[in-house]
Ligand binder design. Structure first.
Ligand SMILES: [Zn+2]
Length: 532
């Protein structure tokens, strides 16, 4: 573990761990140790009683893949979906509020499986939910996130259901070295095991592994995590082959890099090149920059027969892919990031400054030829993700929300469109944000579909998402934890987020946050001042 900040983090995380213990004792914690990537089951934050409400005459989109069902009534009570059936046949409870949704479409609440929230409580949590993103997976375990997760579960914070990563577990030296974002740097198996135990004690829902772990430390993390009944997700390390990582139990792989290498006819040559890359500690940009030739080679040496074998292994290992195409487009084609995007009004100036800085840091030193290659790779990547889907590899929608121009909540809808651009049907894209995350989280019987008994997380749309995936952006209302956020309430709450963004002033003592994956660490005074 590194830096002064980490000591403070441990203190804070210790408090968070205490809160988790209390929640567990109250029956709000994980349903069982194996569900350690859990998203909170129904807790006090879920509307537990009251009259409930009935959504009538809506078309229900069946994310199990069946045909949509028109003219349905969905009755919500006690935080759960109580009944779904034909409006003509379902009797309305006498005391229930009735909401006529003629012409509207109901889908399950969406999940963004790769986010990096900033420490802005009045902005990030509501932006997810108001955009229909009722579940998120945080990929960097900042100390404020455990308390957010727990407070949302108890109804103290308006926010999604959270699965929160450990602090990133990377090798030593790490791409994070010298940058005071909370992380573990492990140099041997003993330190790797200790990091896993510490992360679990700190209340992490899963372990996030990272790029510069050695084979020895990577396998030590996986083995210790198995003993501790906690799942592992993240980057496939540079020195571990994808199939080896999947066989060892890596449950989800972020971004496309390692998967590309594994399906290349020139994998051995690529691996040698990667092994010989000299990266200065903390030099993210250097790592990305030096990986570009390998990405280029891999994309141009795709071997379909080898890919068939690799994909079959991923399926057999139940190892999911989270391609984060939204992030890749931003960094691959920075000219497409729209600085005049109207949705930016929901974020404070401090975030936009940090994003500008992150964009610049990432693209620094890129030659015109490299920029041209990056643009080509955006298209190759989409094609690759289409191949994953055709082979039946489970894909989950994740965005890198919180990193440059990946807007919290909004970005998930961008990612759904990216997936359709990669060859997914709209139904398959929806499944990547509903049933696939539910399966991954061990919550397939509680989330991801509109069925009786499921947690009442729903999105009401003005238009059919199966006709055009962009219709998921046309949100009429949201149901979160059994609470209906009507169209009027949603407008009011979005206006409140906008006001909070305008009024936001950065707290120099706040945890610096940023993209663990792309290295866009916020350049706060802390970040500038602390060196190992
Ligand atoms: Zn990330």
């Amino acid at each position: 573990m590194s830096t002064e900040l980490s000591r403070r983090t441990v203190l804070r995380a210790g408090l968070a761990a205490g809160a988790v213990g209390a929640a567990g004792a109250a029956g709000l914690g994980p349903a069982g140790s194996a569900a350690a990537a859990r998203v909170g089951p129904a807790g006090r934050g879920d509307a537990a009683s009251g009259r409930g409400f009935a959504l009538t005459h809506a078309t229900v989109v069946d994310t199990t893949g069946g045909p949509s069902r028109p003219d349905q009534t969905v009755i919500v009570r006690g935080g759960r979906i109580a009944t779904v059936g034909r409006s003509a046949e379902v009797p309305l409870p006498r005391d229930a509020t009735v909401v006529d949704l003629t012409g509207k479409f109901v889908i399950p609440g969406l999940a963004d499986m790769h986010v990096h929230s900033e420490d802005m409580e009045q902005i990030y949590p509501p932006l997810y939910v108001l955009n229909g993103v009722t579940t998120v997976r945080e990929m960097s375990g900042y100390p404020f996130l455990g308390p957010w997760r727990d407070r949302a579960d108890t109804g103290d914070l308006f926010g999604p259901r959270w699965s929160v990563a450990s602090q990133i577990v990377d090798g030593n030296p790490s791409l994070w070295s010298g940058i005071p974002l909370p992380h573990f740097e492990v140099k041997d198996a003993a330190e790797a095991r200790q990091a896993v135990r510490q992360a679990k004690a700190d209340g992490a829902d899963f372990i996030k592994v990272y790029t510069r772990l050695t084979r020895e430390t990577f396998h030590a993390v996986l083995d210790e995590a198995r003993r501790q009944h906690i799942t592992v997700a993240g980057h496939c390390p540079d020195n571990v082959a994808l199939t080896e990582a999947a066989d060892a139990g890596l449950r989800s792989v972020e971004h496309v890099m390692s998967s590309w290498y594994a399906t290349s006819s020139r994998e051995a040559e690529i691996r040698r090149a990667i092994a010989s890359m000299v990266i200065e500690p903390g030099d993210y940009n250097g790592w990305f920059h030096k990986s570009l030739p390998q990405d280029w080679t891999a994309a141009h040496s795709y071997d379909p027969r080898k890919a068939d074998r690799v994909f079959a292994r991923l399926v057999a290992d139940d190892c999911r892919q989270v391609p984060t195409l939204t992030m890749h487009r931003v960094f691959g084609m920075p000219e497409t990031a729209d600085r005049t995007d109207e949705r930016l009004k929901y974020l404070p100036a401090a975030t936009l400054e940090y994003w500008q800085w992150g964009m610049q840091m990432y693209t620094d030193g890129r030659t015109p030829q490299e920029s041209a290659r990056e643009r080509v790779l955006v298209e190759h990547r989409a094609r690759f993700v289409g191949n994953l889907r055709r082979a039946g590899v489970p894909v989950m929608a994740g965005t890198e929300a919180g990193t440059p121009f990946c807007l919290p909540g909004f970005a998930l809808h961008d990612e759904l469109a990216e997936l359709v651009g990669a060859g997914f049907t709209p139904m398959q894209a929806l499944q990547a944000a509903t049933v696939e995350p539910a399966r991954f989280l061990g919550a397939q019987h509680t989330m991801g579909t509109v069925q009786p008994g499921r947690l009442a997380d729903l999105v009401v749309l003005d238009a059919d998402p199966l006709r055009d995936i962009r219709h998921t952006r046309r949100i009429h209302a949201v149901v979160t934890r059994g609470r209906l956020i009507s169209a009027d309430q949603r407008r009011t709450m979005l206006a409140a987020v906008e006001a909070a963004a305008q009024a936001f002033t950065p707290d120099p003592a706040a945890t610096p946050t940023g993209c663990a994956c792309t290295g866009a660490a916020r350049p706060t005074p802390i970040a500038a001042g602390v060196r190992r």
